[in-house]
Design a protein around this ligand. Structure first.
Ligand code: SAH
Length: 342
């Protein structure tokens, strides 16, 4: 039976926000998990070439904001900027780098990583980015944003709160969930309000001024239900409610809800494509071979193994999805096969 609200209970999203703020403020090296840009430099190079094409599709604006949300160690943006400086000098000349990051320690790491390429401007929120043509990247950013969890029991809707490292169910009104969800009794449904606010903001912004945003994340495209909250501590799965701030807390991104919200706010959406298909279309294998032929046998094996890890369906290729939001009227961004909706 659901318990009444305990005096110090915290709603799950407040708990997750607090725990992750502490985690990201104290673990600058993100040692508990390895992300795509840390696996292979080719990931960032392909996104650099992607951004250069998007800039051309926008009509080569003389000034453009190149932004990243949640840049971690700064590896992705460093690889992106290295590629752009080398292969797209006109774009390099036009861009200003902006980073969305809340952790001061992460900002320090990013400043160092980007020192050879740019002097970025930092912001706390995507909504704080200056106006103007925008190209925005976000890899494993949305999955760190706090979620709420609801469950429909025989005695009505309840929401999950946290106290003393355990969940408490608290009666609530029916949540405002995106349409199309098949709700099963006693099954958890998740709602990531900050992600939907970002989708709405970008949709409205892109209707008024040119822009394209690319989000890559652990997630699903069809609207699923179920508990996807997970914790990684010392690179191992951990209990999500124990030792708040010591583990990285994430939840799968509901790309259906994210895309629908951006569309309602007037953006065009592309995807969610699988990461494997997206990267292969952008030339993952070709670029990897190009580097491998110039590398030692050992390094060539590492590069090929990394490409496999990023794209193979049983590795990250299917688990990770890619979605773009764009101003209406712009050509399709590269990497999205027409009609692909897997
Ligand atoms: N994109 C990087 C790191 C992903 S980890 C990579 O692919 O390696 C998540 C990043 O988002 C970290 O830099 C973290 O500090 C930042 N972050 C987490 N929550 C945030 C929030 N609410 N606002 C801004 N940045 C946030």
């Amino acid at each position: 039976m659901p318990s009444p609200l305990p005096p110090k209970a915290e709603r799950l999203d407040a708990f997750m926000a607090r725990a992750n703020a502490r985690y990201y403020a104290s673990k600058p090296l993100l040692s508990d998990f390895i992300t795509a840009p840390e696996i292979s430099q080719v990931f960032g190079e392909l996104l650099g070439a992607w951004a250069a094409t998007v800039w051309q599709n926008m009509g080569c604006p003389a000034q453009v904001i190149l932004a990243e949300a949640g840049p971690g160690r700064g590896t992705l943006m460093a690889d992106v900027l290295r590629l752009i400086t080398r292969c797209a000098p006109d774009f390099a000349h036009a861009l200003n780098v902006h980073l969305v990051e809340t952790s001061p320690l992460m900002r320090q790491a990013q400043k160092q990583a980007l020192a050879p390429y740019a002097h970025p401007t930092w912001h706390d929120r995507i909504e704080d980015l200056p106006s103007g043509p925008l190209i925005l990247l976000g890899n494993e950013f949305l999955d760190a944003l706090p979620i709420r969890q609801f469950v429909q029991t025989p005695s009505g809707w309840h929401e999950r709160y946290v106290m003393d490292e355990a969940f408490h169910l608290v009666p609530c009104n029916a949540p405002a969930l995106p349409d199309g969800r098949k709700l099963e009794p006693d099954t958890i449904v998740e709602l990531c309000e900050p992600a939907l606010e970002i989708a709405r903001y970008l949709g409205l912004r892109f209707a008024a001024q040119p822009g394209v945003a690319l989000f890559i994340d652990y997630g699903h495209h069809s609207t699923l239900t179920g508990d996807s909250l997970q914790a990684l501590r010392h690179a191992r799965p951990a209990h999500p409610l124990e030792a708040a701030g010591e583990a990285d807390l994430t939840a799968h991104v509901d790309f259906t809800a994210f895309g629908a919200t951006a569309q309602q706010a007037s953006a065009c959406i592309y995807g969610a494509e699988t990461q494997g298909a997206f990267l292969r279309t952008l030339g993952l294998m070709e670029r990897t071979e190009q580097l491998a032929t110039r590398a030692t046998t050992e390094d060539a094996a590492i590069l090929r193994d990394a490409a496999h890890r990023l794209a193979a369906p049983e590795k990250m290729g299917h688990l990770f999805r890619v979605m773009a939001l764009a101003s209406p009227g712009l050509p399709s961004p590269p990497g999205f096969m027409k009609g692909a909706d897997v």
